[in-house]
Design a protein around this ligand. Sequence first.
Ligand SMILES: Nc1ncnc2c1ncn2[C@@H]1O[C@H](COP(=O)(O)OP(=O)(O)OP(=O)(O)O)[C@@H](O)[C@H]1O
Ligand SMILES: [Mg+2]
Length: 521
Amino acid sequence: MMGMGELGTNIGSVLASLMFVWAIFKDHFPYRLRGHIEKYIQKLFRFVYPYIEITFHELAGERLKRSEAFSAIQNYLSTKATSQASRFKADVMKESKSLVLTMDDHEEVPDEFNGVKVWWVLNKHVNKSQSMSYFPVSDEKRSFKLSFHKQHRELITGPYIEHVMNEGKAVVVKNRQRKLYSNNPSKNWHGWKSTKWSHVFFEHPATFDTLAMESKKKEAIMKDLKKFTQGKEYYKKIGKAWKRGYLLYGPPGTGKSTMIAAMANFLNYDVYDLELTTVKDNTELRNLLIDTSSKSILVIEDIDCSLDLTGQREKKKEKDEDNKEEIDPIKKKEKEESDNKSSKVTLSGLLNFIDGLWSACGGERIIVFTTNHVDKLDPALIRRGRMDKHIEMSYCGFEAFKVLANNYLDIDSHDLYGKIESMLGETNITPADVAENLMPKSDEEDVETCLNCLIEALEEVKKEEARKKAEEEEARLKAEKEEKEKAESAQESVKVDENSANSVVKENGFHKEGDAVGVDT
Ligand SMILES: Nc1ncnc2c1ncn2[C@@H]1O[C@H](COP(=O)(O)OP(=O)(O)OP(=O)(O)O)[C@@H](O)[C@H]1O
Ligand SMILES: [Mg+2]
């Protein structure tokens, strides 16, 4: 089939000849007639060339910023160009992991939408003249030209362009290098090129496949996340902000941080790691949260250690101490200084932003809180709606062990599995400890050595647990004994008191009797 380029060339050469002839003879025509003739030439042009062309320039706006539409089209066409074009430009993305091919300059790429054919060409225009300008101006001006038959104007300018933009943006999300952001202290927020968040590329290798956890629980979490990402319309329908909160709780080393990395990799989201202790007040917190993008996970680790988040109880205790310190002026000053340095972020501030602010700035955000002590948190903070899903990260069970053994030793089964299973049932060992024992420490260590190493560690943990239990039992018995002794000695003293009281009564009685005797006598 004839390409748009060929067709254009043929029609173009006919029209060019026509224009050439007209340019030679136009001066011989009276001025009034010239206007009429030009109008008819235009009509003829439109008749002979029934195509519409739309140009999308790369640099647009007053400051010549790169146009979003241009980038979206470029990304959209990168998926088409691979199968349609014959000349490409190559670019390496994601640290040499994937090659992205884009169409070369002046290459034509056809596309089809609802059975309608369109053609894209990337044009490049080099500007010869140099100018001095405050804003950097590129000498090279690139633009995409979209051509299609005029009878499809509605379809192409409406749904097709929208489709190109959406697909283009999706390609960006897929190809982008994800980032791990951490908040900067606010004293660095001002000045040239300052940012509230600094980032590094997010390269954590954890995935749900490598996460040691019961498979049922793991699947439920993955389904939950998937449902969330597909829920744009649903959240709109029920009138809720498109966000979801997760609370991960469990002892240290049970994989809370690993789970967050697996979530980010699963969803292809950026991660914002919010260190609350460096946030001075609620205003700063709001500014930080506004500055996050959608398709991201906001992480607040160890929430129980993050200052005043647990609510009013801590404050009350502090106040009692304050009263004592007010008497000592040196202590008072020290306290004021440390108060200024420390964060004044409050529980209510955080909750307000999560509930309100994000509802306003729209979508697709996940917030994950982690804690080692779920019982320390204020129930208001972790109620459903704020922390929608509570996930307990527990000690290593046999199923979790099998995942780790597969990760670290590439095995599915072994003779020692039976023993390990029964030992795991009796002890509390974290996945982090299991992982450390399963990891070969030298080339000489084979599977059996590593499994035996784990068994030894389990025996050690078991002994330690037994020792602790015995200690606790001993302490309990001691406390009981002390309690009993106390009670006995209390009883004893009551008895002594009673006896001495009796003897006083007796003595008094005797005197009375004596008195009586005396009276009698
Ligand atoms: N469930 C798990 N699956 C796979 N690896 C795990 C798991 N739990 C722990 N690990 C391993 O142990 C290391 C420590 O785990 P991680 O940092 O995720 O624990 P954590 O629960 O966040 O601990 P903390 O409460 O101290 O922050 C990880 O680097 C990982 O290699
Ligand atoms: Mg952690």
